[in-house]
Design a protein around this ligand. Structure first.
Ligand code: SF4
Length: 448
């Protein structure tokens, strides 16, 4: 059928990536063809992110880049979905006439019908359709995976009710709403039957799972159920909230071999005054206790965290407390964001906003500290044996393959270069770590 090629640009977090995959499957199921490059597309769909300034800038740059293609290329329609229209809907429509349709995060299920209408010559009645962010996917929503065949994100809930004072996500994605346990299981079984070996559990706050459901099934219940799927080899947990990280969850991670000894615990800061101003539940004591509990209950657990520097009111002393905590705690992986002053959030009107220069300087200091720590930890792994999920070829002499260990999540942690023969993507081998660099590891395996 004529002019029904769609190219999807997916920006932002894994939750948004899952949305793009659901939209791709819905469109493909309605007679559209998903094409890998924008040059072959009649319709370009940009699924945006808008939680902080750099993400908004990236989204707008990408939309404008695609709009150029509309002027010169095959593309006749440009559609923008996701968090940017959800946050700025009507004003965007005014400012970006080159975009044919803006759809909020709640419009996802109607994407095929809306594109169908758009391809009819009559322009849509409204170029911006933004309703309440109430959509929650379920196993009935198939997905066209954009991750490699052996790995997939598994979104167990949508939205967030934590209302951190700097964060727009509760306003963009709505209140926290969990999928039913058996619905998550059904999707995970389908993914596993399709060849997925690694599922990566994601939500805004995975540890808030089930609070809104009858009987309040906890995240530990979901983990145990997933660990029962024999075809799955690795189950990885992201976005745990320190104050919600229960002993039950930690023990489940420790006891179930399929669950990677890996935890992502975004703490954001460790200074009690800043944590209070951030409206983060639980102060530095809870954070230190949850890190200590994770390390005592889960053997050799790899810990990842995310920090915000330059939050309003962050003094040099407060920042130094954070830097010492990073030095003492020695996280395996760590990401740092400069505080982004987001209008409509309480923190945007807090006094003592920190200068851009100071934010940049503090981010650099934390990243320099972490680079040394990460290098030392990687070197300390030399001689150990690790399971490695082979991902592809490498151009590093002597190390023909790339992969990831259980301690490495995709896209955010380093990778492992592997010396071996006839290894294929999607297989899991055991290898001996031979070297450790700042972020990457090197390994050797005799397995094929
Ligand atoms: S936990 Fe806080 S930072 Fe994370 S999505 Fe929810 S409100 Fe935002």
């Amino acid at each position: 059928m004529r002019n029904r090629n769609v190219h999807i640009v997916s920006l932002g977090c894994p939750k948004n990536q899952v949305d793009s995959e659901v939209m791709a499957a819905s469109l493909a199921g309605s007679g559209f063809t998903i094409v890998p490059t924008p040059d072959d597309a009649d319709i370009i769909l940009v699924n945006t992110c808008a939680f902080i300034l750099p993400a908004k800038e990236e989204s707008i740059d990408e939309i404008l880049r695609m709009a150029e293609l509309k002027k010169t290329g095959k593309c006749s329609r440009l559609v923008v979905t996701g968090c940017l229209p959800q946050r700025y809907g009507k004003s965007l429509a005014r400012e970006m006439p080159e975009v044919d349709l803006f759809l909020g995060t709640g419009e996802l299920p109607s994407i095929a019908g809306r594109l169908e209408k758009l391809m009819q010559d009559s322009p849509p009645s409204s170029r911006s359709v933004v309703g309440q962010p109430t959509f929650l996917m379920n196993a009935g929503h198939s997905r066209l995976l954009s991750t490699p065949f052996y790995s997939a994100y598994l979104k167990i809930a949508e939205g967030c009710s934590n209302w951190c004072s700097y964060c727009v996500i509760p306003a963009i994605r709505g209140k926290a709403r969990s999928r039913q346990v058996n619905d998550i299981l059904k999707e995970a079984e389908r993914l596993a039957a399709g060849g997925v070996k690694e599922v990566i559990i994601t939500a805004q706050d995975t540890t808030a799972y089930g609070r809104d459901l009858k009987g309040k099934p906890s995240l530990a219940v979901v983990l145990r159920e997933l660990a029962g799927i024999k075809e799955l080899r690795w189950i990885r947990l992201l976005y745990t909230y320190p104050a919600n990280l229960t002993k039950e969850i930690l023990e489940t991670v420790a006891e179930e071999n399929r669950i990677c000894n890996y935890l992502d615990i975004p703490i954001q800061h460790v200074d009690d005054d800043i944590l209070k101003a951030m409206h983060r539940k639980g102060g530095s004591r809870i954070i230190k206790e949850s890190v200590a509990a994770a390390r005592s209950i889960i053997p050799e657990v790899a810990l990842r965290t995310s920090l915000i520097v330059g939050f309003p009111g962050e003094t040099r002393a407060g920042f130094n407390r954070l830097l010492s905590f990073v030095r003492e705690t020695r996280f395996d992986h760590l990401g740092v964001f400069e505080y982004s002053r987001e209008e409509e959030t309480p923190a945007a009107s807090f006094p003592a906003q920190v200068t851009k220069k100071t934010k940049e300087n503090r981010r650099r200091l934390v990243m320099e500290e972490q680079a040394m720590i990460s290098h030392e930890i990687n070197r300390s792994l030399v001689g150990s044996h690790q399971e490695i999920l082979i991902e592809g070829r490498s151009d590093i002499p002597g190390y023909d393959f790339t992969g990831r260990c259980r301690r490495q999540a995709p896209d955010i942690d380093g990778i492992t270069y592997v010396k071996g023969k006839n290894l294929t993507a999607g297989t899991i081998v055991t290898g001996a770590i031979t070297a450790g660099e700042e972020y990457d590891l090197f390994a050797e395996t005799s397995e094929i």
